[in-house]
Design a protein around this ligand. Sequence first.
Ligand code: ATP
Ligand code: MG
Length: 195
Amino acid sequence: MVKAIGGWESIMKHQLRRKMMKRLRMLENRSKLEQLISTRLIQTSLWKESRKIGFYYSIGLEWDTHWLIDQALFEGKIVTLPRTNPDDKSMVFYRYIGRDCLENVHQNLWEPIPDEKRLIEANEHDFLLVPGVVFDKSGYRIGYGGGYYDRYLKNFSRPTISIAIDEQIIDYIPREIHDIPVGKIITNTQVIDCT
Ligand SMILES: Nc1ncnc2c1ncn2[C@@H]1O[C@H](COP(=O)(O)OP(=O)(O)OP(=O)(O)O)[C@@H](O)[C@H]1O
Ligand SMILES: [Mg+2]
């Protein structure tokens, strides 16, 4: 049965997401690309100047964030990770201090065990790393379809960055009213300023 998924923008996004995920699944040189993206990110002035960074704990086809998290901790930065609430599709970020403060919430998805002492408010972050599958140069993004980040970014006024490879950047992403673009995209070859 075909699920009703809204207007043409939503249908296009669904198709573009599926197509890109298929391409990403076929990539062979992932670790080289990951190395190029990570190196470029840690060389940005935003990274260097940031003390509190909101990450996600990458899984599946997402570009590795585990190395970046370790690097941030090594540099003495404060790392936070999201706890998702599927009921209202909201997120809360908690400070990450090691694997012991994570729990396996779904398949291979790990999230912080809620702990009020470690809660970090949205705008305390110096920047937020935002996941996505397809992007355009204006920073519009197709995520994984949950709307978690679009909801979170509504009340977020700090810089946002996404990581991707050049192939994930297309000319135009159909926009829906709730979509919020990211400020920068770091790829294997460039830093795209989306403003
Ligand atoms: N601010 C919001 N308020 C209410 N519903 C929202 C909001 N943002 C997104 N949604 C809903 O979430 C669903 C998924 O949105 P969308 O397809 O843009 O996901 P996405 O951008 O891929 O996900 P994410 O933001 O988690 O990366 C849509 O049905 C949309 O209506
Ligand atoms: Mg969206």
